[in-house]
Design a protein around this ligand. Sequence first.
Ligand code: CP
Ligand code: NVA
Length: 303
Amino acid sequence: MTIRHFLKLADFSADELNHMLDRALWIKSQQKAGTPYEPFRGKVLAMIFEKASTRTRVSFEAGFYQLGGNVIHLTSQGSQLGRSESIEDTARVISRMVDLVMIRTFGQDRIEAFSRYSKVPVINGLTDEYHPVQIMTDIMTFMEHRGSIKGKRVAWVGDANNMSYSWLEAAKILGFHLSLAIPEGYELDTSLIPEGTDYYTVTRDPIEACKDADLVTTDVWTSMGFEEENAKRMADFADYQVNARVMAAAKPDALFMHCLPAHRGEEVTAEVIDGPQSVVWDEAENRLHAQKGIMEFCLLGKV
Ligand code: CP
Ligand code: NVA
């Protein structure tokens, strides 16, 4: 059987992504009903973190335990990766011992190198280029609140980062429109944009991007790995804040999402993130559930 890694959304069809989302909703309903679902009994997940995490760490670990399995947590500093053992050798060794691997790292090339040498499926828990498990979570959260995302308008306010590229891939595959407001100097890398021009628009103006949006979303001004640019980014992103004025451009019932961690007063105001349109806590919880649908697909296929 060919291994299906979950490295980026573009590797999957709409049918497959929708299947994972439907399974995530079903597995969540089982948990809420108190019905145990433990298909991962006897299985082991290894998680490798080369960047910090709260949600990804807890949701993958708790989720895998809840599905009956066991988890090993590694960091680059606490393993031989921090002493320059190659990613390829690390993959060869770890994948002989466990059933599934989740990696959070820097370049996408690093997780791709790992997956080429891995005997077991590898899941992307965030790279510099993509954050696919978060976007699956955000779409699941949208579905719970508003139904299918197909044909809807999603607005992105912020730089061209891992979240924005995964949003672009999702828009293309699942058939919704993505409108991005991106500051000058932080533009999209065209090599990472899926083919076609009909599913997204780019502007400099957050209000224009949010016009008639069903969902408004943003992210920290400084992503992990870009900390040395922080002072410059604070100035360059000053006009890229999701506040009440920007939210007012969206549909009256538009949702607000943020992958978190958030910096109130920077990319979003407290009135928005703590306001009635915000679903960020449902979104954060859904990391637990959405990833169960993804892990089930990687380990057991289309159940
Ligand atoms: N949203 C997200 O991935 O959060 P963590 O960095 O806390 O894992
Ligand atoms: N774009 C952010 C997401 C954090 C979950 C980062 O890469 O730091």
